[in-house]
Design a protein around this ligand. Sequence first.
Ligand SMILES: [Zn+2]
Length: 236
Amino acid sequence: MKPKPWLYLMLLPLLALIPVRGTAIPTTAAEPTGYIALTFDDSPNGALTERLLDGLKERGAHATFFIIGEQIEGQESLLRRMAEEGHQVGNHTYTHRRLDNSGAVGTQELTRTETALREVLGGSGYWVRPPWGFASAETLREADAPLIYWTLDTEDWRVLNADRVAQSIIDGACSGDIVLLHDSYASSVDAALRAIDALSAKGYAFVTVEELFERMCVEPEVGCLYCRPDELRPVQ
Ligand SMILES: [Zn+2]
């Protein structure tokens, strides 16, 4: 029997009425299992920071870098790269000074780094990570930005073993956590990238601290010291 083209033409409009089942409309990727913010203190650190940035870029992960002001000179391009690639840049004082007993000097340390960051990146109100986490009520009163502590301390500076540091993140990190690392150790850079691979496979997304606040719908407040967006650290 010969095909009858006119018959197909007549049936064509009816096809539109047949409900299509099982053909899922392509959507964006599934919602992540949770969000984790990796933070790197005592940054930037030349080739190590560069390798970390390469690794983060490959993985589509974002992180937060807390910058020591006196280390900026000569490494401005690394700071620009951080900002351009969607990472958060923060203030870790000018000479890595503890802020709980430093009075006006502590404030100057923060102001000097804020100024240096502005000169390279523009903007203002860079979030603060107090060195060693030491802050006083006075520090908080004087601060012009939110201050960020952590919920997971890898002690990477002491452990100096990529597998062990990675495992502490993989075993210990929950959604909403802020992880303390340093990009001054090769073992920490390796550990961070391994942890990202392992936890991404479980559906976790790696975001900046600022984005973590957004994801958890918490409005960050100037002069508060946060362990994570939903947990403040008491200060005396
Ligand atoms: Zn530090």
